[in-house]
Design a protein around this ligand. Structure first.
Ligand code: CA
Length: 410
């Protein structure tokens, strides 16, 4: 095979055949959105490939949609069949002539939000983050609320403002009360922040009144993406009591364009941190298979790495989050998205938000250009990357989620 063959993807490429994440792409020559599967530095036009190789109607139909929702709706057995088919098309000599021309260079594609987000929930699953933020928001009190070790705390976010990586983020305006003032004022947020998180993309529907127990999580979690929960800390601090986050979060949530299948993360599974508080049976994972995920993340501000958050340090697992989210009988829809909450590890340079990194803005971070940041300035670009262990020592790439801050609008 010549090195310029689209099939000549090195064994250790983080987007090799062991990964095969799903996205939705367009090209200048064909602007209709369609499903793409990343393979090395190219994107497979998955629906066209299915037709070119004469795939079964089910596989061809699911991959010919303009977004991932029909595939998400089809459920775990169909996901397995589709992934097996894609693997065969990209590795089988007999498919090269048909599939090769359908591998489009990444540089020639635009990537869209890959699925229509149904409901969006954001959790708060890092003990380190909860302690750090609790100390800042509730100085003098116990940083962990009494419920924290008994249930994964979460809130419902705004599905309609989830945007794909690269979308600009307009600085939000809102009410905020500065320290020492009695009354709030209105204006652009002065404490705009990021939260480096992992998003879990849900497939398969459940009816109202049913629950997804922890051992059913893998039937309903299709895959993961990187997620940035942009946060206006001044708006959040004034509004969040007693019902939790609202406008300080809902202006934008960015996700990476590639959804990495859960199947590609088999080598990333790891035990979550030890539990020091007894859990109710529906959340007790002492005897469950390990559902922590060893995903290494990086948080970059204007090209400079400011932190390396380790997802393996997260206290609550995705199975616990999903079990808790449905324990009241709340139904699931294909395209539901739930996020982990800020990923923060125990080290000062492993936290996933500026508010922690700068101790509430008291200790700004220095950037290589000589400037400092307590919070984000207009024009700043934030990029979050991630990767996980794969088979045979290779990495599974999650790609990146990027966004640049635009000035507030009048
Ligand atoms: Ca969050």
């Amino acid at each position: 095979m010549s090195t310029d063959s689209p099939f000549a993807v090195p064994y250790d490429d983080p987007f090799g055949v062991h990964n095969l994440p799903y996205g939705v792409f367009r090209t200048a020559g064909r602007p209709q959105p369609r499903i793409g599967v990343r393979f090395g530095g190219r994107v497979l036009d998955a629906g066209a490939a299915a037709r070119a190789v004469g795939a079964p109607a089910e596989v061809s139909g699911l991959l010919s949609a303009p977004l991932l929702n029909p595939l998400l709706a089809a459920g775990r057995p169909a996901w397995t069949r589709v992934r097996a088919a894609l693997t065969e098309w990209l590795t089988g000599e007999q498919h090269r002539a048909a599939v090769g021309p359908l591998l489009v260079p990444l540089a020639d594609v635009a990537l869209d939000l890959p699925f229509e987000v149904a409901d969006y929930v954001d959790f708060y699953a890092s003990e380190h983050h909860a302690v750090n933020v609790g100390r800042i928001f509730r100085a003098g009190a116990d940083p962990l609320t009494p419920n924290w070790k008994h249930l994964p705390i979460g809130y419902h976010g705004r599905a309609g403002t989830v945007v794909v990586s690269g979308s600009p983020v307009v600085r939000p305006c809102g009410q905020r009360r500065a320290g020492g003032e009695d009354a709030p004022s209105y204006g652009p947020s002065l404490r705009l922040d990021v939260e480096a998180e992992l998003g879990f993309v849900v497939g398969g529907a459940t009816g109202r009144g049913s629950r997804v127990a922890m051992d059913g999580a893998d039937e309903h979690v299709f895959g993961v993406c990187l997620l940035n929960d942009w946060s206006a800390r001044d708006v959040q601090a004034w509004e969040y009591v007693p019902l939790g986050p609202f406008l300080g979060k809902s202006f934008a949530t960015s996700v990476s364009p590639w959804v990495v299948p859960l199947d590609a993360l088999a080598h990333a599974r790891t035990a979550p941190p030890p539990r020091d508080t007894p859990l109710l049976p529906y959340l007790d994972d002492a005897a469950a298979p390990p559902r922590g995920l060893d995903i290494a993340m990086e948080l970059r501000l204007n090209g400079h790495t400011v932190s390396r958050p380790p997802f393996a340090a997260m206290y609550w697992t995705y199975a616990q989050m999903l079990a808790h989210m449905t324990v009241n009988g709340a139904s699931l829809r294909p395209g539901d998205l739930f996020a982990s909450g800020t990923v923060s590890g125990p080290e000062p340079d492993s936290v996933g938000a500026l508010i922690e990194l700068t101790h509430g803005g008291q200790r700004p971070v220095a950037l290589p250009d000589g400037s400092t940041r307590a919070f984000l300035e207009d024009g700043d670009e934030v990029v979050i990357t991630g990767s996980a262990p794969g088979p045979g020592g290779v990495r599974v790439g999650l790609g990146e989620v990027a966004g640049r801050v635009e000035p507030a609008r009048d």
